[in-house]
Design a protein around this ligand. Structure first.
Ligand code: R5P
Length: 289
């Protein structure tokens, strides 16, 4: 078995190879002058099982993933397990108005064409999983986030909305602290309102945990609310740190901001490699029985 990493997931694929004790294959990825991608696998992987790791954001990384799959098939690999650490286009998971594309489904159809199984991490909506006809391993990063929060001495974990409470609860249980959630009302694509809630956070080190930080509107508004209620410090932690537009500016209200390495940046302090390794190893031993 080999790990193959795309250019969006270089650090994570290396971490996963180390975690699983599997060799990381050599790959050449470059761009033609017009911007088209060129992909070549340098190791001979004929007959091998391959774990391909590539985040599909931005768009060009999705195309790169499809090209790597094509190169692997051309080489005659046995099975391709495609790990998509951050799945771009997951949020349009159904038509909200007549005539819209269901982008989560469209991308699933492309990825599964050359996948024997797919690994996804903290998907925003479970609907996405149903769009695949190959087996999907859905990995949670909350155990790794919980361990990180424990080292940070966090005393309370807060979900910014009800939909995120199960994730916050899992992380809080690892920390061994309390958890709760706020009530979020979305105003538009980058602004939300958080209804005041009677929470005793006075003097506490609080962490807000969410799946995605995009514009930072959700976390910034939640952090302001928690600080106004007396929290001593508020850190923000997410699985997928997109940090779009002026997110970091808005997030200055937080004492620190961290993400996992599903999207690699200087803030991706928490690796999901151990979580992927655990679940993938269990899946592989199930299918080999
Ligand atoms: C929404 O329900 C998600 O869980 C996140 O809260 C949301 O995607 C964050 O987006 P933003 O950072 O733009 O507020």
């Amino acid at each position: 078995m080999f790990i193959v990493g795309g250019s969006a997931s270089k650090a994570l694929s290396a971490a996963l190879a180390a975690e699983m004790g599997i060799k990381l294959a050599q790959i050449e990825i470059r761009r033609f002058p017009d911007g088209d991608a060129y992909v070549r696998i340098l190791d001979d992987l004929k007959g091998e099982d391959v774990v391909l790791v590539q985040t599909t954001h931005p768009d060009e990384k999705l195309v790169e993933l499809l090209l790597i799959q094509d190169a692997l098939r051309e080489m005659g690999v046995r099975r391709i397990i495609t790990v998509v650490p951050y799945y771009g286009y997951a949020r349009q998971d159904r038509p909200f108005q007549k005539g819209e594309a269901v982008s989560a489904r469209a991308v699933a159809r492309m990825i599964e064409m050359q996948s024997d199984a797919v690994v996804l991490v903290d998907v925003h909506s479970k609907l996405l999983i149903d769009y695949f006809s190959v087996p999907v391993i859905h990995v949670s990063s909350m155990y790794e986030i919980g361990n990180f929060l424990k080292r940070e001495g966090i005393e309370m974990v807060i979900a910014p909305d009800k939909g995120a409470v199960e994730r916050a609860k899992t992380a809080a249980e690892v920390v061994g602290c309390q958890w709760d959630h706020l009530e979020k009302i979305r105003i538009d694509g980058s602004n939300v309102r958080i209804a005041p809630k009677n929470l005793d956070v006075s003097g506490m080190k609080v962490a807000i945990v969410d799946d995605i930080i995009s514009t930072g509107g959700t976390i910034a508004t939640a952090a302001e609310q928690l600080k106004s209620q007396g929290a001593a410090s508020v850190i923000a932690v997410c699985t997928h740190g997109l940090f779009s537009a002026n997110a970091m500016e808005r997030l200055r209200v937080c004492n620190a901001v961290y993400s996992c390495d599903t999207l690699e940046s200087k803030r991706s302090a928490i690796s999901v490699a151990p979580a992927i390794s655990r679940d993938l190893t269990a899946f592989l031993s199930d299918v080999s029985e």
